[in-house]
Design a protein around this ligand. Structure first.
Ligand SMILES: Cc1ncc(COP(=O)(O)O)c(C=O)c1O
Length: 426
């Protein structure tokens, strides 16, 4: 074969190959069909692959929430700041995962029987109560929620609408039998002992049960690992029971021991000093200026002044802590609405401030994942009572980071909360 005919053979071969490839591609692409528009123009339309995707009830809609790039915070810090959208859970918060796992674990142990009168008792500041209430309804149990009476009113109202019994309990120290958690435990055992009440009582025990951190070890952690393609530098989260921080960190560090975990702690909580210096302590206690029996902040859901088993489970894996003031959290919540249309609750705002401070400490180029725990709709009468975003578009990240200097005094926030209640009721 001379040079020219060799070249021709190669050209023909390549031509046939290209033709075959194009035919194969058009066959693979046969999921798209050609349709005529009203103007007679032909357009390609993709036909969706037919695959049944039906969840068997509300319980199967929990988890697999999106991970969103928070563009404004990422651009301002040079780090990629990602938020796990737990406010999109069916019960509106990250606590759906925990409530579902606590009930599943109890069922596996034979401690709950549907439609037998069995009731789940829990002491909670609200979010876990809502999650328990909806899952109990879905599965044939009753829910009895004890909560501190100083929490935002919409949570108690919502719980009642969901058919739960709500018992507001005056704030008290954890050693007091009337502390909301102790009260729930007592009521559960009274129910089981009762000869007149049908069914049994189960104390869910979110602060101490391992079913809490395991929900994040089996769910939140693997989801974040998969959604980031295994590429993240830091996980940032606040701690109420500590289940989210411990369970998620445990899983992520098993995959990549170089990943760092950072606690986001609101003012008034003792966990910051526990992580940084090994001592559970908050300066408000020393000053004698603490205004509340519980953690002295308007932030709900995170911050605590005792060590729980769920926090202890992952405590040694937590590398650093960031303390966030109420003013910074309020400014961040407002910033996220103004720049992103993200209307979030107080713990999410604390997490985002801590994520930003971590980004600024590490410098550009890192990927930081945090949790967007619940929506602002749960916090209208307290955390959000003081602020309306309106049409403004003028905040900068400095307004958040320097918020302490422009202090919105706590007394002012409290006055606004009182004004809200006198206008809209308790
Ligand atoms: C709104 C909200 N965010 C965050 C948390 C903290 O989660 P964890 O209990 O896993 O520490 C809670 C806990 O109740 C919560 O209610």
């Amino acid at each position: 074969m001379d040079r020219n005919s060799h070249a021709l053979t190669i050209a023909a071969g390549v031509g046939i190959g290209v033709a075959l490839t194009l035919t194969a591609q058009s066959l693979v692409g046969s999921k798209s069909v050609t349709k005529s528009t009203e103007t007679g123009k032909k357009v390609q339309q993709r036909k969706p692959e037919l695959r049944e995707d039906i969840r068997n009830g509300l319980e199967e809609c929990i988890g697999n929430t999106p991970l969103v790039r928070i563009k404004s915070l990422s651009a301002a810090t040079g780090c990629e700041i990602l938020g796990k959208c737990e406010f999109l859970e069916p019960g509106g918060s990250i606590k759906d995962r925990v409530a579902a796992n606590m009930i599943k674990t109890a069922e596996e142990k034979g401690l709950l029987t549907p439609f037998s009168g069995d009731a789940v008792y829990e002491g909670t500041v609200g979010s876990t109560g809502v999650s328990l209430a909806i899952i109990c309804r879905a599965k044939g149990y009753l829910a009895h929620i004890c909560m501190p009476s100083d929490q935002s009113t919409e949570k108690a109202q919502l719980l009642r609408k969901l058919g739960a019994t709500v018992e507001p309990v005056s704030p008290a120290p954890i050693v007091d039998p009337n502390h909301f958690v102790n009260r729930a435990r007592t009521l559960a055992s009274n129910h089981t002992a009762s000869t007149t009440k049908p069914g049994r009582g189960l104390f869910a025990d979110q602060f101490e049960t391992s079913a809490n951190w395991k929900a994040h070890y089996d769910g939140t952690g693997p989801e974040i690992w998969s959604q980031t393609g295994g590429k993240l530098d830091v996980f940032v989260a606040g701690a109420g029971t500590g289940g989210t921080l411990s369970g998620t960190t445990m899983y992520l560090k098993e995959q990549d021991p170089t990943m760092k975990a950072v606690l986001a702690d609101p003012q008034g909580s003792g966990l910051y000093n526990k992580v940084k210096y090994g001592v559970m302590f908050d300066v408000k206690e020393k000053e004698g200026t603490r205004r509340r029996q519980q953690v002295d902040t308007i932030v709900e859901g995170i911050g605590i002044n005792r060590l729980t088993k769920n926090f202890e489970a992952g405590m040694k894996l937590v590398d650093d802590a960031v303390r966030v003031s109420d003013e910074e959290a309020l400014a961040m919540a407002r910033f996220l609405v103004e720049k992103e249309g993200l209307f979030l609750g107080s713990s999410s705002a604390v997490n985002c401030v801590a994520a930003v401070r971590t980004a600024l400490k590490l410098g550009p180029g890192h990927r930081i994942v945090t949790i967007l725990c619940d929506s602002g709709t749960r916090h209208l009468s307290k955390f959000w009572a003081n602020q309306d975003v309106g049409e403004s578009w003028d905040m900068t990240l400095d307004d958040v980071l320097l918020a302490n200097e422009k202090l919105v005094k706590p007394e002012v926030v409290e006055r606004k909360v009182d004004a809200f209640h006198s206008e809209f009721g308790p």
